[in-house]
Ligand binder design. Sequence first.
Ligand code: AHM
Ligand code: MG
Length: 339
Amino acid sequence: MPVKEVGITVTEHLLREQRETPYATGAFTQLLNELIVAAKIIHREVSKAGLVDILGSTGSRNVYGEQVQKLDDFANHTIIRRVMHTGHVCAIASEEDADIVEVPQEYPRGPYILLIDPLDGSSNIDVNASIGTIFSIHRRLKDDGPVTLDEVLRKGSEQVAAGYFIYGSSTMLVYSTGKGVNGFTLNPGLGEFLLSHPNITMPERGKIYSVNEGNYAYWDEPVRRYVDYLKTPDPETSRPYTSRYIGTLVGDFHRNLLKGGIFMYPADRKDPKKPRGKLRLLFEAAPLAFIAEQAGGTASDGSRRILDLEPETLHDRVPLFIGSKDDVVTAEKFLSGEL
Ligand code: AHM
Ligand code: MG
């Protein structure tokens, strides 16, 4: 493994990874490069969002019945348009679309399936807080022919790569191909993502918990007891923990990835239509679980490893407990009744 050189471009980093991978064709590198171009376009729109008529809602609702923001729509179409014609994917599944979008068979197609949450944290768009794009890449199971749903409904452990872009105080790309996690910061002057956070590792235990505590009354008793525990002073275990919650999964996860801690979106009784919490297994939980594990952390639905879960539908939701290993294990112990 060559020395990680802070400041190298993401393209150079990808090419180095490609050279280390036997039989690599470069298709994956080109796919990621195209995704990066899409993210730069989204970054440009996000950074001028307050100035142009791109804030607010489109007036329509997505597959979950949520208001579609104009930037959501823009991000979704930008990624699909850029990636569809690369010849490296055969299908794209988006949190914003009910079904998978297949590349027509008469066009050049490749072996990869891309899954995206094009603009995570949409409720934060209009208030200028961090938002992000989450992606996950699978290699298709068949050599050719129409893409079938079972090729998309796969366990997170089968992802060949996953990552996210965060449009925050700076724009960053964090990704993993299963060989650790690296973070790149966009230098707006150069228009290049430069390696700024090589080999990210998550502290074994953190001091931060992130959860929408407004839902406390709707949680099961064990979740409430766990959150009460985190707030009870005990210097031996660094309690009380600090509470931090942006309401953008990417932003909350990114902070905890660097500083340590736990993010939770437990199941709750707030909305009978969402008995398994709010977050989506394929578009949110699985890609971030891949990153968490690659950085030495972990992710669970309260009792099972997120990366082992088999999705039943494209838009399955799942309770999520993700972050520093010791924190997630403690949460699981509360949920199982062991603590
Ligand atoms: P979105 O993808 O439609 O933006 O929804 C997901 C977001 C996550 O980013 C965040 O963790 C969560 O919803 C916040 O939900 P809540 O407002 O219920 O706390
Ligand atoms: Mg989201």
